[in-house]
Design a protein around this ligand. Structure first.
Ligand code: GDP
Length: 528
């Protein structure tokens, strides 16, 4: 077997989706602990703290208890290589999350046992469903009083219209938590409340009829478990790999991220069940991971990861072939060839040069703005990977520059940050100051803080009188000129010089459309 096929079979590229507070950070930390990527609990937070002291905008995360920037963490466990793509949980950051989900092959959905499916879980689930991403469910916080597990399963089944197949089952909950029962392998994993930071597990190979089960968890709990399992096995389908891979069924694990309980089972489950890198659709054909030519796409750009170096990293998912450092790849959008000399892998606490990479791997490619979200690179073929969404700006505000001497630097800051794909910058043709569009208003706070921290510029955002933006296109240049002349105070250009119509209200937008039927209005940059 070729190295490529062997290596790609060992990759699992996944994301964790959850509502804020369900325990994603805690679970991430514990997964990294199993992967030996960090030595002790608290390191993910500690890493966050470090970043925060370097760059103030992270203070927003802390203040509001949200995590803003998605990142990649790679680790190994029992011979498999995992790439965990972190996604921000807050709804104002959803475009970033959506795009990150285009780069994974599966997702772990974390639920709080007391809360079940929450609004953000549902939204993220819908994105996964659109792309048939297989989902593994982890019901977290069983060390606290939660809802009846059967109730939770019913909720998942009904709310998400998804078959559920429990893989582990909790024995008690909260103060009475005794362990979980592994339904696939008929054994008990005992809960030891004192072992939060340890990763050893105590397993008893005892099936339901075994008296050792009663010894291990007590007669009452064992009997309850027997009843539960009978109900579960009667009421829910058995785990079916095909159905899971098609996105129709979710295996369910129970545990406590905080107490590092049930996490090993979850990780093993992801390793065993979740798919290795899958084929990806491009415009002219489907690309198989085992093809020998390298291809991949950019799903995220992050500016100033290291504020001292003004760097700009493109996160590139490899879709096929074996990448070697120094390789020349064609940047399909521009047609130019780019030698990739210094790509990096992201480990939990550091970066390292990526000497070689395989499908499913995420490389960070430093660049000066050539690479944009959605760009494809190949060894020469002109294909474009599909399905990386662009977003219509939903809230518009005018930039207020407190120090007029810094207009040029501010322009640079706005452009740099717009490249990350979370905000868009428009320059009104009447010469007035920039209008910035975002999907959620919280982004303005992030921008203000980042502009201050990373560019040392005091700026703010205020109402600019516009509510919505539309890119405008016309087949005849004369028609476009007529349109622009009639709408002078509403016209602006995006960063690429594309013409944009800014509307003061929906009536005005409707009117412009009626008056100029030959002008096409689109909510995103792409013409449809
Ligand atoms: P995130 O917002 O989804 O990243 O959630 P966090 O991992 O930050 O967790 C939110 C809160 O829930 C924190 O106070 C955690 O300590 C707590 N938490 C996370 N997992 C568990 C768990 O398994 N049991 C209990 N009791 N608390 C947990």
């Amino acid at each position: 077997m070729s190295t490529l096929i062997q290596e790609l079979a060992l990759r699992r590229t996944f994301a964790i989706i959850s509502h804020p507070d369900a325990g994603k950070t805690t679970l991430t930390e514990k997964l990294l602990m199993f992967g030996g990527a960090i030595q002790m609990a608290g390191a993910v937070r500690a890493r966050g703290e470090q970043r925060r002291t370097r760059s103030d905008w992270m203070a927003i995360e802390k203040e509001r208890g949200i995590s803003v920037s998605a990142s990649v963490m790679s680790f190994e466990h029992e011979g498999l290589s995992y790439n965990l793509l972190d996604t921000p949980g807050h709804e104002d950051f959803s475009e970033d999350t959506y795009r990150t989900l285009t780069a994974v092959d599966s997702a772990v959905m974390v639920l709080d046992a007391a809360k079940g499916i929450e609004t953000q879980t549902l939204k993220l689930f819908e994105v996964c469903r659109l792309r048939d991403v297989p989902i593994v469910t982890f019901v977290n916080k069983v060390d606290r009083e939660g809802r009846d597990p059967l109730d939770l399963l019913d909720e998942i089944e009904k709310t998400l219209a998804l078959d559920v197949a429990p893989v582990t089952w909790p024995i008690g909950m909260g103060r009475d938590l005794k362990g979980v029962y592994d339904l696939l392998r008929d054994r008990v994993i005992l809960f030891d409340p004192g072992r939060g930071d340890h990763i050893a597990e105590i397993a008893v190979d005892a099936n339901l009829d075994d008296p050792r089960l009663d010894e291990a968890v007590g007669k009452a709990a064992a009997d309850k478990l027997r009843d539960d399992v009978e109900l579960v096995r009667g009421g829910y389908p058995e785990f079916d790999l095909e159905s899971f891979l098609a996105g129709h069924l979710t295996p369910v694990f129970f545990g406590s991220a905080l107490k590092t309980f049930g996490v090993a089972e979850l990780l093993k489950g992801v390793g065993r069940l979740a798919p290795a890198p899958l084929a990806r659709k491009a415009d002219s054909r489907t690309v198989e991971p085992a093809e020998d030519k390298v291809s991949g796409f950019v799903f995220k750009i992050q500016a100033n990861m290291d504020p001292n170096h003004r760097d700009r990293i493109a996160f590139f998912r490899i879709c096929s072939g074996q990448f070697k450092r120094g390789m020349k790849l064609k940047h399909v959008r521009s047609g130019k060839v780019m030698a990739v000399y210094n790509p990096v892998f992201f480990l939990a606490q550091s970066r390292e040069l990526a000497e070689e990479a395989f499908p499913g791997d995420i490389m960070g490619i430093p660049n000066h703005g050539q690479l944009r979200i959605g760009d494809t690179m190949t060894e020469g073929e002109d294909i474009n990977f599909l399905g990386i969404p662009t977003f219509a700006p939903e809230v518009l505000r005018r930039v207020r520059l407190d120090d007029p001497m810094k207009a040029k630097q501010l322009k640079k800051a706005l452009d740099d940050l717009a490249e990350e794909g979370v905000s868009q910058v428009f320059k009104p043709l009447d010469g007035s100051t920039w209008i910035v569009g975002v999907v959620g208003t919280l982004q303005f706070d992030v921008l203000t803080t980042r502009i201050a921290a990373e560019y040392n510029i005091k700026a703010g955002f205020e109402d600019g009188g516009f509510v919505t933006a539309r890119w405008v296109f016309a087949d005849e240049p004369a028609e476009m000129e007529r349109f622009m002349a009639a709408n002078k105070s509403n016209m602006a250009q995006d960063r690429d010089g594309g013409l944009v119509y800014l509307a003061r209200n929906s009536w005005q937008l409707g009117r412009a459309g009626q008056d100029f039927p030959k002008v096409r209005f689109t909510a995103t940059r792409e013409q449809h």
